[in-house]
Design a protein around this ligand. Structure first.
Ligand code: NAD
Length: 487
């Protein structure tokens, strides 16, 4: 299995630089690659290239843009068996999840390629002799920042939105997991994308964002990551009135009503919690379970969690890989210790295994007091808390108690309960009887501190465009409110 050569991609060319960062395999802690660090001159070149790329791409017919995006997506599908192992090696997820991620990435491109051809404007009813037309135009060059939890599908979201809209993009993908973005750039190069439309840089994140965001050419900042970094980038962007698209943290609540099969819901929840080792902004985390169903649900969840086979994602049969970096291990250990000290019960997991690699088992805490840190801080790892509730009112109140609002879930067969969950929970995405929240064809994003703007669905290109109103009078007109105005 080969890990790709890592390079910057600027103006249609691959570029090395003198200084580099280590890329580690989280399952073995061994180095698998060296990543060039962009210097100021490289970023300046990326800006010049993106400016030129925008000039060409924004004047390319939507149909022609879609053709190139679809060709690149087809190459990603064809190369899935080559790409998936490199994602597993750098991020840790099982190979089956890495393959699925490559396909999900291709689906994002395919969906947005279709949307590129449906960026409709409007003609507004008006008096005879005047026509008001509203059109959507690409904003310009996008500075985008993608995280390490989905090395392929996270960069895909940003690149697809920008390219489908007619924008150019400078993407800083995650330094810990660069291969997914490198494979995407290769596919676009081979698909015939004009130079400069897509540029890929890596380096010191804070330095790159501080340099790029204030530049005149940058007309949108798109970021996925933690709320604290999202706020910092939003502040930087505000100084130049640059709009932002922010997909930030969540702390997803799951409400389990007493009318569903609590055992089945527990089994589903345990396996979903293991997905991507819990490092998903929509990962189900705070479970509020009707008292009557609590013991059965918690028992099934704990059994399911304990039976998850964790190991190196490249080994057949692995159901959960390591977490992606040592920071996540430290975060799990601190949150579990704090909850334990405050009286929580550990139903499964709770201790790091004695082996090399950043492994941490699916951990289930029950009866966790509200003042435990894990009730407020997103664990972003394989950690779930299960607490009983006396009523749906109490569950909804607890679900809405945090400043986050990204994904939320409910298990119920009651239409009345489902309606209440859908309308009363403060979140960008509410899913009933499924723990899936994000597919290419639906808009995805948050409310409150989980960010704003949407990726995917019919709304996915809105942020990458601005609206222009054209007022066209068929004859020259003088202003009747100004005395003496004459033509
Ligand atoms: P982080 O916010 O520091 O990093 C997330 C990504 O942002 C990384 O790829 C990093 O390179 C980039 N980044 C960090 N500082 C930056 C800056 N000043 N300018 C530009 N880019 C910057 O967090 P982390 O320690 O890597 O992960 C921890 C937390 O991040 C998690 O607890 C989770 O809440 C959040 N996170 C969320 C998502 C998501 O999908 N919403 C993904 C990854 C991480």
């Amino acid at each position: 299995m080969r890990y790709p050569e890592l390079r910057l991609f600027i103006g249609g060319e691959w570029r090395n630089t003198p200084d580099s960062l280590q890329v580690l395999n989280p399952a073995t802690e061994a180095e698998i690659g060296r990543l060039p660090i962009a210097r100021k001159a490289d970023l300046e070149d990326a800006l010049t290239a993106a400016d030129e790329g925008f000039r060409i791409w924004s004047r390319t017919a939507p149909r022609a843009r879609a053709d190139i995006i679809l060709r690149a997506a087809r190459l990603m599908r064809e190369r899935a068996e080559e790409i998936a192992p490199s994602i597993t090696m750098e991020n840790g997820k099982p190979l089956i999840q890495a393959r699925l991620e490559v396909i999900r990435g291709a689906e994002v491109f395919e969906w947005d390629a279709g949307e590129a051809q449906r960026m409709y404007g409007r003609v507004i009813p008006s008096a005879p002799g005047i026509r008001y037309t509203v059109v959507q135009e690409p904003v310009g060059t996008v500075a985008a920042f993608a995280p390490w939890n989905f090395p392929m599908s996270q960069p895909a979201r940003k690149i697809a939105g920008a390219l489908a809209s007619g924008c150019s993009i400078i993407l800083k993908a995650a330094e810990e997991t660069p291969a997914g973005a490198v494979h995407i750039a290769r596919a676009f190069q081979d698909a015939g994308l004009p130079p400069g439309v897509l540029n890929l840089v890596f380096g010191v994140p804070a330095e790159i964002s501080a340099f790029l965001i204030p530049q005149d050419q940058v007309r949108l900042v798109a970021f996925t990551g933690s709320t604290s970094v999202g706020i910092h980038l939003t502040e930087l962007a505000a100084r130049s009135m640059t709009p932002v698209l922010m997909e930030l943290g969540g702390h997803a609540p799951v409400i389990v009503c007493d009318d569903v099969d609590a055992r089945a819901a527990g089994v589903i929840s345990a396996s979903r919690k293991a997905r991507n080792s819990g490092q998903v902004c929509t990962s189900p985390t705070r479970f509020f379970v009707a008292e009557k169903s609590f013991d059965v649900f918690a028992g099934a969840f704990a059994d399911g969690a304990a039976s998850v086979r964790f190991g190196d994602g490249l080994e057949p049969g692995t159901e959960m890989g390591p977490v992606a970096n040592s920071r996540r291990i430290e975060a799990m250990e601190a949150l579990v210790a704090d909850a334990r000290d405050k009286g929580a019960k550990v139903l499964a997991g709770g201790a790091r295994p004695n082996r090399k690699g950043y492994f941490y088992p699916v951990t289930v805490l029950a009866d966790v007091p509200d003042d435990a840190r894990v009730m407020r801080e997103e664990p972003f790892g394989p950690l779930a808390v299960i607490n009983p509730v006396k009523s749906l009112d109490e569950a909804i109140c607890k679900a809405n108690a945090l400043p986050f609002g990204l994904a939320a879930y409910g298990f119920t067969h009651s239409a009345a309960n489902a309606d209440r969950l859908a309308s009363e929970i403060e979140a960008g995405n509410v899913s009933i009887n499924t723990l899936e929240a994000s597919v290419a064809e639906v808009p995805f994003g948050g409310v409150k501190y989980s960010g704003h703007g949407r990726e995917g669905g019919a709304e996915g290109l809105h942020h990458y465009t601005h609206v222009k109103t054209i007022s066209h009078r068929m004859a020259l007109e003088s202003d009747p409110t100004i005395a003496g105005a004459r033509i």
